[in-house]
Design a protein around this ligand. Structure first.
Ligand SMILES: *Cc1c(COP(=O)(O)O)cnc(C)c1O
Length: 390
């Protein structure tokens, strides 16, 4: 299939396998080769086959970008060296004095980037609970240029109504970016709900095997795409061909993996919900979850991420659980085939000041799990054993 026409009319699984890729024109290789080159021979000055220098474009990366656009049903997919490099590229397209409304429950690295890098460069941010639409709208000012949404949020698994936020922001001429890392394009398509930009840490579900770092932005806006490609060209935020290849390999099975992640997580969430040693379980698939109805409306399933508190909210007991699992590996990150367990307050979200953590309800015993694609019974038994002595 031609890489300049993402097959939009085809189903998700077909797009995952084929979008952006065609057999290599020079050899017929069915899989896009890793074009491990920095430069390209030119026939005459300025006369080349579409690539000049790999910071700007590289064929492996271009195939990946076509694939990512296909997954999000977007006009443009733009690959970055990491998820935060993608966020950085979006933010650098703003100007000093511009204001951004962001969710108060964010990936820790996004919060750190906003607060510690872009505030000193003259952007200003308001962090709000985006499940409160009126509070979110009230935070928008004449200087607001962007609303930064994450849903489900990390680690509290709140659900933000993408369509409702976008309607309110766009009515004021403000663009909306959605970090779609937790849901993946298989479960949630923000552009179809009106968002202007979608950000992915492809390090997570898109890559799917915890073996690379890469980011992506998808958009239907030619103007945004041009700005972001310009940022990559100027700042060198491009991913390498090897990592691009690995993500391309990963996305081919995204739909298969996500089905299993969702299946395992749905069952583990209800198991934890009934467990005497467990307090609140935060999983949008549970009917008791405050965002369940919105999640049903804007997601095709509820994903592989679960957060839960212990019945006894103690940091010490949480640490005991984290040290006691065997199948679940104690590690940051998420979205790989293997199950991971982590402690937001001391690991992924330690860069959020304790006071702010408390304010948003990120408690000391909160544990986040990334449910992998292993056998459900083994995952259940592992958590059950780790919870026995707390
Ligand atoms: C990991 C992550 C990021 C950052 O992506 P990197 O690839 O690690 O730079 C951004 N947002 C969310 C929700 C993430 O989980």
């Amino acid at each position: 299939m031609a890489d300049d026409s993402s097959p939009r009319s085809l189903g998700f699984g077909t797009r995952a396998v084929h979008a952006g890729q065609k057999p290599d024109p020079s050899t017929g290789a069915v899989m896009t080769p890793i074009y491990q080159t920095s430069t390209y021979a030119q026939e005459a000055p300025g006369k080349h086959k579409g690539h000049e220098y790999s910071r700007v474009t590289n064929p492996t990366r271009s195939a990946l970008e076509g694939n990512l656009a296909g997954l999000e049903n977007a006009e443009h997919g733009i690959a970055f060296s990491s998820g935060v490099a993608g966020i950085d590229g979006i933010m650098k397209s703003l100007r000093p004095g511009d204001h951004v409304v962001a969710s108060d429950d964010l990936y820790g690295g996004t919060f750190r980037l906003f607060r510690q890098v872009f505030e000193p460069f003259g952007l200003s941010f308001s962090f709000v609970d985006m499940t409160d639409l009126d509070a979110t709208e009230a935070a928008m000012t004449d200087d607001t240029k962007l609303v930064w949404v994450e849903t489900p949020t990390n680690p509290l698994m709140r659900i933000v109504d993408i369509e409702a936020i976008t309607e309110r922001a766009n009515a004021r001429g403000i663009d909306v970016a959605v970090d779609n890392t937790f849901a993946s394009p298989y479960l949630q398509q923000p552009l179809a709900l009106g968002a202007d930009l979608v950000l992915h840490s492809a390090t997570k579900y898109l890559g799917g095997h915890s073996d690379l770092i890469l980011g992506a932005v998808c958009t239907n806006s030619d103007e945004w795409a041009e700005k972001l490609r310009f940022q990559i060209k100027c700042t060198g935020a491009n991913p390498g061909p090897m990592d691009s290849f690995l993500v391309l390999r990963g996305t081919k099975t995204l739909h298969l993996r996500m089905d299993r992640h969702c299946h395992n997580a749905r069952h583990l969430a209800s198991f934890l919900n009934d467990h005497p040693k467990v307090g609140r379980v935060l999983y949008p698939g549970l009917e008791s979850h405050p965002g369940h109805e919105i999640a049903k409306k804007q997601m095709d399933d509820f994903g592989g991420m679960i957060s839960f508190e212990l019945a006894d909210d103690s940091m010490e007991k949480a640490v005991h659980v984290l040290k006691s699992t065997d199948v679940f590996t104690l590690a940051e990150s998420l979205g790989g085939v293997e199950s991971l367990i982590e402690h937001p307050a001391s690991m992924t979200h330690a860069s959020i000041p304790a006071e702010e953590r408390r304010k948003i309800g990120l408690t000391d015993s909160l544990i986040r799990i990334s449910v992998g694609v292993e056998e459900l019974d083994d995952l259940k038994a592992d958590l059950d054993a780790a919870l026995q002595d707390v």
